[in-house]
Design a protein around this ligand. Structure first.
Ligand code: ADP
Ligand code: G6P
Length: 466
């Protein structure tokens, strides 16, 4: 057993929840980073006064452990080669496409797997060093699926939870993975394995029975040594209060009004906010919007689409191809239907601070969230939280985890059905205020009563109860 540390709650995630900011005098500070994972866990970290083990995001960057924003941060270094093999390779060109329904073909390379194993081992060692005796360790996401088992080997005293933020695929897809047994055994090192949707938890249970000699007895998976592992869904959420507070801020509201003017005061603003990722269905959305313009169902004076596409994983080939495809589609639509000073699509390839993001949410009449597959989709929940005015409509893909909870108030769509999406976008634009209000109430009831602190309490209570 390695020596123990002092933290009684440890989060282990691929990324630290901060970005490095260089100041004019050459010194470095850290600022909380955007992204679903960070948005979700930062408040929990603060509440539990824990340590967070993760990578800074830069190659060969291993500052000593430090504290910021009330969190103890423990950096794990990755070399440039490991970033290429473990992060861009196995995590984002093998697991990400495999777990998202093979929208893009996953690549299987033994070198990438070797790097994934080695890096998972490093994260497990770092966690073992900071965790106090009998600590709770909470491991995040697909980049670190081997850590539960590796950590248990180093520190059998720990209580280990794992949460997968992305979908977990059915047997027909998962079975492609040459290292399927090792991944399942890695996850089975945890006491509790959490998923976004119930279907993902049952996919995991049947795969663990098929490929990893676990047996499902009552609600638990029982392993050969008699240890039990619980697999369950815990749909993640957002910090509702943070979004609501920003949405109530007069400056944020004024900025929303200015945004409306800046895009030409159209009757309808449709909004998409996504990482530029092929899972998000941005191309399908553009196709539907472009066809509505082509058929004169809407005019560019009447409706504009604002599409925020956050730069993401830019060295991975499929993301480069996607960027080209999306930008070509935006260029075509604007070339065909835009006029000087009046593009039909306002395309923004950039990151924004939270207040600007909430201003965009307030400016939007229709929020279009149309992923081909998504673990949850926090943007859908953020839109709902921002709309205390009970206006606006949410068009939501049935392939987003959020559809389980928001199906009643949202307009559900199949993003592959372009005609269906066009009809639904028109319906959402032309919604009567009374129905909009009724739907938004339903949506807000769900999101307000199931925020991120409830998620954290439920999953950590379930873990502690084991
Ligand atoms: P994913 O985790 O796949 O990126 P989610 O919708 O679950 O998708 O979470 C994305 C998070 O990142 C949300 O909290 C959203 O507000 C934030 N976000 C997305 N795009 C931007 C952007 N351009 N600027 C700032 N924050 C963004
Ligand atoms: C999704 C994943 C996270 C990941 C985030 C940003 O939300 O579930 O694990 O951190 O995307 O992706 P990146 O590759 O930039 O960390």
């Amino acid at each position: 057993m390695s020596t123990t540390g002092t933290s009684s709650f440890v989060v282990v995630a691929n990324r630290l929840p901060v970005d490095r900011v260089s100041t004019a005098d050459g010194t470095t500070t850290w600022r909380r980073s955007p992204g679903g994972l960070v948005t979700a866990l930062a408040p929990v970290m603060r509440a539990y006064d824990g340590a967070w083990v993760g990578w800074t995001g830069s190659p060969d960057d291993a500052p000593e452990p430090f504290s910021t924003d009330d969190m103890d941060l423990v950096p794990v270094p990755l070399s440039a080669e490991e970033i290429a093999l473990y992060y861009e390779g196995f995590s984002n060109a093998t697991l990400w496409p495999l777990y998202h329904d093979v929208i893009v073909q996953p690549e299987y390379h033994r070198e990438w797997w070797d790097a994934y194993r080695a890096v998972n081992q490093r994260f497990a060692r770092a966690a073992a060093e900071v965790a106090a005796e009998n600590a709770v360790v909470f491991i995040q996401d697909y980049q670190l699926q081997l850590v539960p088992r590796l950590l248990r080997e180093l520190r059998p005293d720990l209580k280990i939870g794992f949460f997968l933020h992305i979908p977990f695929p059915p047997t027909e897809l998962f079975a492609q993975l040459p290292w399927r047994r090792q991944i399942l055994e890695g996850l089975l090192g945890a006491d509790l394995v959490g998923f976004q949707r119930a279907g993902a938890a049952s996919n995991f249970e049947s795969l663990a029975e098929t490929f990893a000699s676990a047996r499902l007895v009552d609600e638990s998976l029982v392993l050969d040594d008699g240890r039990e592992v619980l697999a369950r869904s815990f749909p993640i959420s957002i910090q509702v209060e943070e979004v609501a507070r920003l949405a109530a801020d007069p400056e944020v509201q004024q900025r929303a009004a200015t945004i409306r003017e800046e895009v030409g005061s159209p009757r309808y603003i449709l909004l998409g906010v996504d990482r530029l990722d092929y899972t998000k269905g941005i191309g399908h959305r553009l196709k539907a919007f472009g066809e509505l313009l082509a058929e004169d169902a809407i005019t560019p004076e009447e409706a504009v689409l604002v599409q925020v596409a956050t730069p993401s994983r830019e060295r991975v080939e499929a993301y480069q191809t996607l960027r080209d495809d999306v930008e070509l589609a935006v260029g075509r639509i604007n070339g065909d239907y835009g006029r000087i000073g009046h593009p039909a699509v306002h395309y923004l390839h950039s990151s924004y601070d939270r207040s600007e993001l909430v201003s965009l949410l307030l400016a939007a009449d229709v929020m279009v969230v149309t992923p081909l597959r998504d673990g949850m989709n926090l943007v859908a929940k953020e839109y709902v939280s921002a709309r205390a005015d009970l206006r606006g409509a949410l068009v939501l893909s049935e392939f987003a985890g959020a559809a389980d909870e928001l199906g009643e108030g949202a307009f559900l769509v199949n993003p592959h059905d372009i005609d269906g999406m066009k009809r639904t976008m028109l319906t959402a634009m032309r919604l009567e205020p009374a129905e909009a209000e009724q739907r938004m109430k339903l949506l807000r009831d769900r999101v307000t009563s199931h925020d991120i602190s409830r998620w954290a309490t439920e999953i950590l209570t379930a873990l502690r109860a084991i």
